[in-house]
Design a protein around this ligand. Structure first.
Ligand code: ATP
Length: 736
């Protein structure tokens, strides 16, 4: 079974499928399978895997079966549900030669290939409550064999070339320094030989002094060169690092919101840290390796000059040690993937503990959360241990072969001295050269390892770099003036024609179903409905965070799918339920998009949002820092700043999702009155539970389980005594 490790925490399903496709002779990328398995933050479901399998021509059927049935069926490779939270491939059941007991061979995408005893297998496979476990049998159809493999192109190391180009002159200087350094190193063995043969043997103290002084000055020269080299390396390395990470962020911000739905914060954090390895590779490793190759080649020539046989022994053993190291490096590759996942989980866990500290304390969740954190540390420790062992075996073997080489070469050289074929100076010189040639070989191995790590980091980047941007060239900007709908002079507005929506692929529940509504231009539309009825989702569709599964959304005449998402959002003032306050001044938090803030507009929006008196009560007024690294603000103040942000933007469309839910009745009333003139000529959609917010809307849409259950004015809906009435009944009784 060709093992394929998972790349991200939630990738086990796609990785299992990739192994199975590979088993039948096709290499599908994890990204492709991931995109077709409707992965969510919780990972992929069995139905998601079967959808992805279908998309590549593999029939999949899942069963809940007993161990006996599994043993009898013998259909391999199959995917099995593991520890209730993971998928692995079962690729063989064998009998042990010694004990005759069954051995289950599994490929765990987060661990590697494993052979498990029946008890151990049962423990992870059988679900706790019954005697059965879940197995998915897969069989390739003709379509699988005839289909063309869809894989996105992999980023190659040459992708990194563009990062080196701006630093051409510094890199040229580095080469020059390296070259001079190499020349100096070359002089040392010659001086050593001269010291012995022309100084020590003829007992000439003057020559000895001169040669040693010469050595001292060359040594000093080398130190100065290496200081200069490190300075340049640091400068170039830092700049490249900044560039790579800034490109990564730029790319991230171009991706659709949906992309972020299925990824964990830890995965992103870890990717950013991962970048250092690429930078390391490009700068220190890449350049020192070139230097090493230069030194190595020069000494290679010198050794050839001394004795051909010594060179042969040297080359043969070096070759062996390199092969040895490469074998172990291959093993390390999978381990590196596993470590990445654990590190991502670790980051995620740290992030969650720090972010949720208040809730942890209030709800006494600390102990459990800390235990989870400790478990991650244990796993991290285990994987680090496996890596350490792997590295130790590699280094020990390499060192042993190296020492063997040194001893053999010294023996050969010494026997040449004994037989008079070489001078004593020659022997010392050869020893020096061998010493000098050892470290370039070690560096070369380090280079390959660094190359492998950089490639892994690149492949993780690949997923982000290869994802299509949200903005595409064929999309046009939102035109607020298109008028004719269906060729007739119709009303302007947003039209939703039979919209349905599912978050996670064809098998997931419909969050919105057959929504057929019109949001008229210049009017206020309110959306009400019980929690989870799909109100926020509807708003997200209007902002093109997601595309509808069925039906069409038209902004005046234009289908939303033909419009640039950026241009839609530029024309929308939005207050989301989980609106974000940045760590910045109040001023910047309100005027987010303007480089030069219009003070008049700023004050006006703060007044409309009824937040001005709070702002002015701070000594620094609009310059007061708020957000994570500034002053804390209350929930209501946050909502008012978010409203001020939308007002400052002064867009054509206004979407408010529970924008005033945290405010007291007085504040809400004031803001409402203030907003009335601001809403004039704007198309407004308000999601709210409060009667006072929705009752004056031009139309009220009532959503129930993702469908429109009622539509009309407040009075009409109250008289109807239907869904709307029961939603606001309590508030009516209070006379709100
Ligand atoms: N990113 C997501 N992935 C999967 N399902 C989601 C996602 N976001 C929301 N849902 C589901 O969609 C359904 C509708 O959610 P939505 O947030 O639109 O409801 P809502 O009417 O705005 O609720 P509330 O009044 O509580 O804010 C819910 O069942 C929710 O679990």
């Amino acid at each position: 079974m060709h093992f394929i490790p998972q790349k991200d925490q939630m990738d086990c399903g796609p990785a299992c499928l990739a192994m199975i496709a590979r088993h039948y002779g096709k290499s599908y990328s994890l990204n492709y399978l991931r995109d077709h398995s409707f992965i969510s933050r919780e990972g992929v479901s069995l139905s998601g895997i079967s959808e992805a399998a279908k998309s590549i021509g593999i029939e999949a059927a899942s069963y809940s079966i007993s161990l006996d049935e599994l043993n009898q069926h013998q259909s391999f490779p199959s995917i099995i549900h593991w520890n209730q939270n993971h998928f692995v491939v079962l690729y063989a059941i064998r009998k042990s030669l010694f004990t005759g007991k069954k051995i289950y061979k599994i490929a765990d995408p987060s661990h590697g290939l494993l052979s498990l005893s029946e008890d151990r297998f049962k423990k992870s496979w059988i679900s706790k409550d019954n005697k059965e476990g879940i197995a998915m049998y897969l069989s390739p159809t003709d379509n699988f064999f005839s289909a063309k493999v869809h894989n996105e192109k992999e980023l190659s190391i040459s992708f990194l070339y563009k990062y080196l180009v701006p630093h051409r002159s510094k890199i040229a200087l580095l080469f020059l320094l390296l070259f001079v350094g190499t020349l100096i190193t070359l002089i040392f063995p010659i001086l050593t030989q001269k010291l012995i043969d022309d100084g020590v043997e003829p007992k000439n103290l003057k020559i000895i002094t001169y040669i040693l002084l010469g050595q001292l000055s060359f040594f000093l020269g080398n130190i100065i060169l290496s200081i200069l080299r490190n300075w340049i390396l640091l400068a170039v390395g830092t700049q490249i690092n900044i560039q790579i990470i800034s490109d990564f962020f730029k790319k991230l911000l171009l991706l659709p919101v949906k992309f972020f739905d299925t990824r964990m914060m830890g995965d992103f954090n870890q990717r950013i840290q991962d970048h250092e390895r690429i930078e390391q590779f490009l700068t220190s490793q890449g350049i020192t390796t070139l230097f090493s190759i230069l030194v190595f080649s020069v000494f290679f020539g010198v050794l050839w000059f001394y004795d051909f046989r010594i060179l042969i022994v040297y080359v043969a053993l070096t070759f062996l040690s390199v092969i040895w190291s490469l074998i172990w490096m291959k093993k390390r590759k999978s381990l590196d993937y596993f470590r990445f996942q654990q590190q991502s989980q670790n980051q995620q866990s740290n992030f969650e503990i720090l972010n949720g500290v208040t809730e942890l304390k209030i709800n006494q969740y600390e102990t459990l959360k800390l235990r989870q954190w400790e478990e991650i540390q244990h796993k991290l420790y285990d994987i680090n241990m496996r890596i350490l062992k792997n590295d130790q075996i590699q280094v020990a073997g390499f060192d042993f072969l190296n020492q063997l080489k040194n001893i053999l070469v010294t023996f050969l050289a010494a026997s040449f001295v004994v037989s008079g074929k070489m001078t004593l100076g020659g022997l010392l010189s050869v020893s020096y050269i061998i010493g000098q040639m050892n470290s370039p070989v070690a560096q070369l191995i380090g280079f390959f390892r660094s190359l492998q790590e950089a490639k892994l980091s690149l492949s993780r980047l690949n997923e982000v770099q290869n994802h299509p941007d949200e903005e595409q060239a064929n999309l046009k900007p939102l035109d607020l003036n298109t008028l004719n709908y269906n060729g007739t002079q119709a009303k302007k507005g947003i039209r939703l024609n039979n919209i349905s929506f599912q978050y996670e692929g064809p098998k997931s529940p419909f969050v919105l179903k057959d929504i057929d509504i019109f949001i008229p231009e210049g009017k206020i539309t309110a959306i009400v409905g019980s929690s989870g009825s799909g109100k926020t989702t509807l708003m997200k569709l209007l902002l093109r965070f997601y595309d509808p599964t069925a039906g069409e959304i038209l902004y005046n005449d234009d289908n939303i799918l033909s419009l640039s998402p950026k241009s839609i959002r530029e024309n929308c003032g939005v207050v989301m339920q989980d609106g974000y306050i940045f760590s910045d001044t109040i001023k910047r938090n309100i005027a987010t998009g303007d480089e030069h803030i219009d003070t008049q507009k700023l004050h006006n929006s703060a007044r409309i949002a009824n937040i001005e008196s709070f702002i002015l009560s701070n000594p620094l007024e609009y310059e007061t820092k708020i957000g994570a690294s500034g002053n804390g603000i209350s929930g209501g103040q946050k909502q008012r700043i978010l409203i001020a942000r939308a007002v400052y933007k002064n867009p054509h469309y206004i979407f408010f999702d529970e924008a005033t839910s945290a405010l007291d009745a007085d504040n809400e009333k004031i803001i409402h009155n203030n907003l009335q003139s601001f809403f004039k000529d704007k198309t407004v959609v308000i999601i709210a539970h409060r009667l006072s917010t929705v009752k004056n809307a031009d139309q009220i849409i009532v959503l129930k389980d993702g469908q429109v259950s009622e539509l009309g004015h407040h009075n009409y809906l109250v008289e109807k005594k239907g869904e709307y009435f029961s939603l606001v009944k309590n508030q009516l009784e209070l006379g709100a």
